[in-house]
Design a protein. Structure first.
Length: 254
């Protein structure tokens, strides 16, 4: 059977493409033969020479700013693969917090940002043959992670959004893949100890999932194991997750 490579010849847009997993996506899309990749970045000055000489066009894009999103959609009318990767982790408590705005900002980026981009590019994807949307989510969205205060609910909302998007855009042939990501070696997880995956491996697993027609994909071993533990005994898992708050307070003093 012929191997499918949905990246080959694709015109992709990756949000949060200047570093971390977003940069990994740009590199892997190019390696798999993408025709062009739009690298969505909040501040183009954060891009040095990493995209020199390759089929990448840097566009200024803040996913929480509707004008910015609309400009990107007008500028990138040939897109057939949208990677909603941009994300924000405030590392704050949800209830017992000294920063009540953090959870709203996490929701703005991680949920409304994905919704803004999906709405703005739905017609473009339809006009370009259906294409696909990859939403970079988290194990913290697959179950409640108390040590990830407002981040966990925002990723959970984005997981539900992914399912609804898949249903709404089925008629125009747009595939939607929800990516359940574990722990990755990026700035967002710089405070995390233990095993961390490389950004490029997350991009590879995600694009493989798209090729296989998967709708929800655990991108790495930590995601697989965490979700398996959760489904085996949700009540026990919840008790264990609650205990991580005590460990966190002891180690960080927060
Ligand atoms: N690292 C992990 O362990 C891990 C685990 C699970 C899921 N994830 C998810 O993976 C995705 C990528 O995160 P990462 O680990 O690569 O973290 P990262 O290195 O902190 O990168 C986050 C990216 O998102 C961009 N961004 C933030 N707010 C934005 C906005 N309003 N508009 C546009 N771009 C914005 C950042 O741009 P600036 O450079 O301008 O700030 C940066 O490019 C996120 O959705 C994250 O939630 C990460």
């Amino acid at each position: 059977m012929a191997r499918v490579n949905r990246a080959e010849g694709a015109v992709a847009l990756v949000t949060g493409a200047n570093r971390g997993i977003g940069l990994g996506f740009v590199q892997e899309l190019l390696a798999r033969g993408a025709k062009k990749v739009y690298a969505g970045v909040r501040d183009p000055s954060t891009v040095a020479d990493e995209f020199d000489g390759v089929a990448v066009e840097v566009i200024e894009l803040d996913v929480t700013d509707l004008d910015s999103v609309q400009r990107a959609s007008a500028q990138c009318s040939d897109v057939n693969l949208l990677v909603n990767n941009a994300g924000y982790f405030a590392n704050r408590r949800l209830v017992l917090t000294d920063d009540p705005h953090a959870a709203r900002q996490e929701m703005e980026v991680n949920y409304f940002g994905v919704l803004n981009m999906t709405r703005a590019f739905a017609a473009t994807l339809g006009a370009n043959g259906g294409g696909a949307i990859l939403n970079v989510l988290s194990v913290a969205g697959a179950f409640a992670a108390p040590f990830m205060g407002g981040y966990s609910p925002s990723k959970s909302a984005a997981l539900t959004l992914s399912t609804i998007t898949r249903a709404e855009l089925k008629g125009q042939g747009t595939d939607v893949v929800a990516l359940i990501v574990g722990s990755v070696d990026t700035r967002m997880a710089s405070h995390v100890e233990g095993r961390k995956e490389s950004p490029i491996d997350i991009a590879r697993a995600s694009l493989d999932a798209l090729n296989k027609g998967e709708t929800v994909c655990d991108t790495d071993l930590m995601a697989v194991e965490a979700r398996a533990r959760y489904f085996r005994d949700p009540a026990r898992f919840e008790r264990q997750m609650a205990k991580t708050l005590d460990i966190d307070v002891q180690s960080t003093g927060r």
